[in-house]
Write a protein that binds this ligand. Structure first.
Ligand code: SAH
Length: 364
């Protein structure tokens, strides 16, 4: 076995038995020696995938508009925690802070925090944000935040949090695990332990044999801690990710390398593992904590409401035809239903915020 992470996983499986998909995802992404975040060029054309802030500066600028509206609705606190979760290369925060200069009181009040577990990505973020002259604090977990009012933002963060999968057989759910085949290669298998069909709620009682159900205790635990923090400190959270507005069956775990889907078990640590987010399940977690959960909107609808077309128009005014064509391509990529506009959703939580719709503001 030449892949060092595959060899390490095989040793773990030999010692302790098959891994859940959640354990496998965690090791593949975050192993301190061979994990994806440590070793790979992740973002951009030369990397494995392109995210919305990498597509266009307009994404971060419009999120800035949204944050400024929320800050006003929060009563313009003179200090608040502005927190990005999983900032990748730091592009979203860099565009947001530049745009936020249009509202100096907001800019001065924002205590910038980046929640990032990868040491190598922290260095990349520090580089891109160095020019902004703003103090930035890195955290590994939101429990390290002070109790100021807060605005959380995140793009493509929830999808990387691990999931578990269950397959229906003989009217019972069997967890899908990762073990070794006769040749010692990583292979899927099913747990012999079984859960009754009712274990995941009534919604699945008509599931057919072979159906696959995904659940993400880590995502739910994460939204639970965000909700508790919002309840204690007041504020808002905005999460963009691909996923569905209603809970359903189906398999969405995927491995992406160089913009292509690849096999999940081949070359662990060399591809990005993620899955679609079940926003209904997460909304329920927040709702149970008495957090206000916004109507889930598609990314396209959300960005157009915030003034994406107007922003593209003002950036393109008086510019060359090439620049205008590039801006048109970026709008299309971010908001068209056949690109990132429909599959990606905006999920909004708040507590103690005088909520309004999302008025358009002209950026300079
Ligand atoms: N938001 C960025 C990057 C998305 S990739 C963008 O849109 O371009 C996911 C990011 O989450 C990476 O920065 C990764 O290192 C980080 N991450 C993954 N698991 C994490 C965790 N448990 N806590 C904090 N950050 C995490």
């Amino acid at each position: 076995m030449t892949n060092k992470l595959a060899a390490k996983l095989a040793r773990v499986i030999n010692a302790t038995g098959p891994l859940s998909i959640a354990e496998y995802m965690h090791i593949c992404m975050s192993d301190p020696q061979y994990g994806y975040y440590q070793t790979q060029t992740i973002f951009g054309e030369e990397g494995d995938f392109i995210t919305s802030p990498e597509v266009s500066q307009m994404f971060g600028e419009l999120i800035a508009v949204w944050c400024m509206e929320k800050w006003i609705a929060m009563g313009r606190p003179t200090r608040f925690n502005m927190v990005e979760l999983g900032p990748g290369r730091g592009k979203l925060m860099s565009d947001l802070l530049r745009a936020a200069k249009t509202m100096p009181a907001f800019h001065a009040a924002a205590q910038i925090h980046l929640v990032e577990t990868s040491p190598s990505l922290r260095r990349v973020q520090a580089d891109i944000l160095a020019t902004g002259n703003q103090e930035i604090v890195w955290l590994s977990d939101i429990s390290e935040l002070s109790s100021l009012p807060v605005i959380f933002i995140a793009n493509e963060f929830l999808d990387v949090l691990p999931i578990r999968q269950y397959v229906l057989q003989d009217n019972k759910w069997h967890e899908r695990l990762i073990g070794l085949d006769d040749c010692g290669r990583l292979a899927f298998c099913l747990s012999r332990d079984r859960l009754p069909i009712s274990a995941f709620g009534k919604a699945y009682k008509f599931a057919k044999s072979g159906a696959v159900l995904e659940s993400s205790p880590s995502r739910e635990a994460f939204i639970q801690s965000i909700s508790l923090h919002l309840r204690e400190c007041n504020g808002a959270g905005l999460f963009f990710d691909y996923g569905h507005a209603q809970t359903g069956l189906g398999e969405t775990l995927q491995a992406i390398r160089k913009h292509e889907h690849v096999d999940i078990l081949t070359e662990p640590g060399f591809s990005d593992l993620s899955s679609h987010v079940d926003f209904e399940a997460l909304g329920l977690v927040a709702y149970r904590q008495k957090i206000q959960v916004g109507k889930i909107k598609s990314q396209g609808e959300f960005l157009l409401d915030l003034g994406l077309l107007e922003r593209a128009g003002s950036l393109g005014k008086g510019q060359s035809p090439e620049t205008q064509a590039r801006l048109t391509r970026e709008v299309d990529r971010l908001a068209s239903p056949n690109q990132m506009g429909h599959l990606f959703k905006a999920f909004y939580l708040s507590h103690g915020v005088e909520d309004q719709s999302h008025p358009t503001r002209e950026l300079t």
